[in-house]
Unconditional design. Sequence first.
Length: 160
Amino acid sequence: MANRDPFAQPPMHPDLSRFDDDYAQTQVEKREYDPVPDGKYQVNVDKVELTTTKSSGYPMLKWTLRILAPRFPGRFLWRNNVMASRENLKWLKGDLAVCGLDLHKLSDLPQALDRLLDVKLEITKRTKGENENIYLNRRLVLNDPTTDATEASREDDDLF
């Protein structure tokens, strides 16, 4: 913990007390969204973080994916790569490869997470029973921010 200067002034914050009555009387609107339907979507990797599963403590890579197109832009989908078995590691390595991240050692992943941010992907969402699965299909390249996203090796695909 950093030492604090005993003579330093605390940071000044705006006086919010004038809003107290209005805040107390404001009702919170319930925001309920229907689940994003199964299908293919173009997404942006907004966030990735290494964490652990709550129940077993296994390492896990958590992905936050923001939908760009063709439907539900701005909505979010999540993917988790749990690292508990060789099969799990196979899926993780495949997902990283789709994103263009080739690691020699898994222990290099923490320093490489920022290379996954803002990657554009085509994904498939599938629901089976109560389980939702997100599959990373391929990386997309934006030729021009105002035009369609296309796969680098198949420029003729019209994805949007």
